[in-house]
Structure formats: structure tokens, C-alpha cells
Design a protein around this ligand. Structure first.
Ligand code: DC
Length: 228
């Protein structure tokens, strides 16, 4: 029997972390956890309750309400993917909007939010056989992960990918708006005090600006094979 490991995938937004993580999880029969969805669900909760808007954010109210936030991933057979539930409501669509994207980094800066989500993420990994993607998986959540990948690509490449995803649902969206959101999130994610996005010393860096999805998958699968 091959040994089960923890695969940590970190990197900038829209670098295709989740595409790679899902492919690996399906191929290896592992659990996939999208930690960005958890931060997005908390941001969506804050929006729903009026704690955050374009020029207002009541951090204290959000912190006081954290124990009334229940997050669950429920596997959807048809989509072959675990969807995010916030207090028993499927919020998978709602958390992917540009509005949530524009608030989520501010929510992810809060140490109390991070502590709560990191603890839940660590509990999910106790059995190994897990692929988890995010910003701090190899550095904070699973510093002992057997394989750490750090993904990068230029901001314009990432904004183009994201724009193509969003424009089908929202035809009014512009490329510049998406690029601005990507650059803002990069800045906040790399400059926050608590667990900023950094490459772990022992992570393998993959710049996929010029790699196809299958090329990138083959590279990482080779790394996995060497370990297991
Ligand atoms: O991966 P994503 O774009 O869905 O993540 C949404 C936001 O959540 C991102 O701007 C940074 C934050 N995040 C984080 O701080 N730590 C994680 N482990 C995952 C996401």
C-alpha cells in the first residue's frame, strides 16, 4: 500500500491552485479542501449581516459573531466536488462573486478569523490523504506537509483567467476591474501581519504562466510519486 500524505498548495489568487488540487485529489483518491472558500464564506456572512461594505467594516461585530458561523463542506456527487455550506445553506455560488472577492482579503486579515479557520483545517488533516489549497497551508496549517507547492503566474495572466470565468455570469465586468482586484488582493495577502502569503522554504515553486493544465499536473504528479 502506498503511504497517504498531506499536499499543501499555496500561491497567489487565480493561479489555478484549485484546478490542480482537484485533479490531484481525484487521481489519488484524496480529500480536497479549498480553504479560500472558508474565508469567502466568512466574508459573505459579514456582508449578509451588514458588518462590511465598500467603505465600512465593523471588525468587532464580526469577531463577536464568529461562534455563530458554522462551515461545512458537503460532497456533491454530480459535480465531484465538495460545496461550501454556511449555517446549513449552500453558498457555493454566492461566495464566488466579485463583491465577495473584493471584501475577503480584509476579512482574512483578522487573527481571530484565521485562528478559527486554521483549527478547523488542521482537524480535517488528521487522517492525511488530503490536498489543501490556500495561502498559509505549507507555512501555518501543515508546516509538516510531505509535499508543498507554491504557485505563481503574472498578474495579467491571472486576471485574464479570472475575467473569462466571471464574464459569462456577469457580462458588464471589465478586465481592468478584475486586474485591479487581483493586484489589490496580492498586496493585502502578502502584507498582512498574521500569516502573510510567503513561499515556505521547502516548497517547490511552479510558475504556470506558460504551462498547460496537464503539463502542470504531470510535473506535480511526478513529485508526488517520488514521495509515495
Ligand atoms: O483562494 P481564494 O481566492 O478563493 O481565497 C480568497 C481569499 O482568502 C484570498 O484573498 C486570501 C484569503 N485566504 C487566506 O488568507 N488564507 C487561506 N488559506 C486561503 C485564502
Amino acid at each position: 500500500m502506498t503511504k497517504k500524505i498531506i499536499i499543501a498548495i499555496d500561491g497567489f489568487s487565480s493561479t489555478g491552485k484549485s484546478t490542480l488540487a482537484k485533479q490531484l485529489a481525484n487521481h489519488l483518491g484524496y480529500i480536497y479542501v479549498d480553504t479560500g472558500a472558508m474565508y469567502r464564506a466568512v466574508a459573505y456572512f459579514a456582508m449578509q449581516h451588514g458588518y462590511i461594505s465598500k467603505d465600512f467594516f465593523d471588525k468587532d461585530l464580526l469577531i463577536q459573531s464568529l461562534n455563530s458561523i458554522k462551515l461545512q463542506f458537503k460532497y456533491n456527487q454530480n459535480l465531484a466536488f465538495a460545496e461550501m455550506f454556511l449555517n446549513d445553506e449552500n453558498v457555493e455560488q454566492q461566495i464566488r462573486t466579485i463583491e465577495v472577492s473584493s471584501f475577503v482579503s480584509r476579512v482574512a486579515e483578522i487573527s481571530e478569523v484565521r485562528a478559527m479557520l486554521v483549527q478547523q483545517q488542521q482537524e480535517m488533516g488528521t487522517e492525511s490523504g488530503i490536498v489543501m489549497d490556500g495561502r498559509d497551508i505549507g507555512t501555518v496549517v501543515f508546516p509538516e506537509a510531505e509535499l508543498k507547492i507554491f504557485m505563481t503566474a503574472s498578474a495579467s495572466t491571472r486576471a485574464q483567467r479570472r475575467y473569462e470565468e466571471l464574464v459569462s455570469k456577469n457580462p458588464d465586468i471589465t478586465f481592468d476591474e478584475v486586474l485591479q482586484n487581483v493586484e489589490e488582493r496580492d498586496y493585502i495577502d502578502t502584507h498582512r501581519d498574521d500569516s502573510p502569503l510567503v513561499k515556505a522554504d521547502d516548497a517547490v515553486e511552479i510558475d504556470n504562466s506558460y504551462l498547460t493544465i496537464s503539463e502542470q499536473f504531470e510535473i506535480v504528479l511526478e513529485l508526488v510519486s517520488e514521495i509515495i
